[in-house]
Design a protein around this ligand. Structure first.
Ligand SMILES: Nc1ncnc2c1ncn2[C@@H]1O[C@H](COP(=O)(O)OP(=O)(O)OP(=O)(O)O)[C@@H](O)[C@H]1O
Ligand SMILES: [Mg+2]
Length: 329
């Protein structure tokens, strides 16, 4: 098994040449981390003339090796990238897939350049521009339109990773004894979260929403459509990291997008704009959509997958209550 390691350049060169991801005459001038990731090992390879990205998944979460994760998950991501090549409008908004190594759980991707993602939005100092919102919705429109099934089947079920994600969204945040002291994130957050962990009606709704998340659906979803998956490039917004992809309910992708618009305190007009521009909005189930929006807001505030969110406790309290209402109504 080849283990990707920034500090073993010779082994890396041998490996990349074996894969034919690097030509015999090419030399590497730099190996670096292209950005902050948690889940996987992601590296940028630069030669004299070009650069590309390689990504390896392992049997655990890269940043928290004590948390197990399905080792082959990057192959689902690879399968997603392969799939979307058939739609120009979706491919145009994503890096090109350069290769898949199913033996060692690696994929190679086009390098979109040294750019930032949109996690700066969590500073709460910026509003997303309307043209950017349009691109974000345009991506979902293309994905949900071009990749839909008439009959549900077993393609890209991504069950293992989805089960892990299910726990982190719908279950873990609502467990009183989950071993995560929220006061280490922000003093007072643990107490703020407690009433929600004791709310049996809310927990019942989360179980219901979770079962919907785990069920198979007709539409190919990105599965993690939040600012960390959006890159700001010279060519406009590009979308990366579809490792949580699956065929499911469209409400989930749109719900996550809208949840992060609330989390980054976008204006009501911007939220209305997204709903207006999403082609399938009238076909959606509003109860499910609102439930997914609320669930994503809550898990980002009181779950393990915290964001670099610069928000005081009072605003978090307001947002939690808002999310609870979305779920219960
Ligand atoms: N094709 C690309 N072109 C340019 N930069 C990239 C590309 N793919 C990834 N990156 C950079 O590497 C970072 C990590 O990549 P990615 O999000 O795919 O990894 P991950 O381990 O799945 O991350 P996370 O834990 O956030 O899900 C990205 O935030 C981005 O900055
Ligand atoms: Mg990821």
């Amino acid at each position: 098994m080849f283990i990707l390691n920034e500090n073993e350049p010779e082994e890396l060169v041998t490996y990349l040449k074996q894969q034919k991801w690097l030509q015999e005459e090419e030399t590497i001038i730099s190996v670096s981390k292209p950005g902050e990731g948690n889940m996987n090992c992601v590296l940028r390879i630069e030669t004299e003339t070009r650069s590309f990205i390689i990504k390896q998944s392992r049997g655990y979460v890269e940043k928290y090796p004590q948390i197990p994760a399905p080792a082959t998950r990057v192959l689902n991501e690879g399968a997603f990238y392969k799939k979307i090549t058939s739609s120009q409008e979706v491919q145009d908004l994503m890096p090109k897939l350069l290769g898949i190594d199913a033996v060692n759980n690696l994929i190679a991707l086009e390098d979109l350049g040294k750019t930032n993602d949109y996690t700066v939005l969590y500073d709460l100092e910026q509003k997303i521009k309307q043209e950017e919102l349009l691109q974000l919705v345009h991506y979902l429109n293309g994905l949900h339109k071009n990749f839909q099934k008439t009959v549900v089947d077993d393609e890209l079920t991504n069950t293992e990773l989805r089960t892990l994600n299910y726990e982190h969204i719908f279950d873990y945040p609502f467990r009183e004894e989950n071993g995560f002291n929220l006061d280490t994130v922000q003093e007072g957050l643990q107490a703020l979260a407690l009433p929600y962990k004791k709310d049996s009606e809310l927990i019942q709704k989360m179980e219901y929403l979770g079962s919907l998340y785990l069920s198979k659906g007709k539409y190919l979803l990105h599965g993690d459509y939040y600012p960390g998956s959006w890159l700001k490039t010279a060519d406009g917004i590009k979308i990366i990291d579809p490792e949580f992809c699956f065929y499911g309910l469209r409400e989930f992708d749109l719900g996550v997008l809208l949840a992060h618009m609330y989390l980054t305190q976008q204006e009501d007009a911007a939220i209305a704009f997204v709903k207006e521009k999403y082609h399938f909005f009238v076909d959606l189930n509003a109860v499910i959509l609102n439930g997914f929006i609320g669930a994503e807001i809550m898990r980002r505030l009181i779950g393990l997958a915290q964001l670099p969110l610069k928000m005081d406790l009072k605003r978090k309290a307001t947002l939690l209550e808002f999310a609870q209402n979305l779920i219960l109504k």
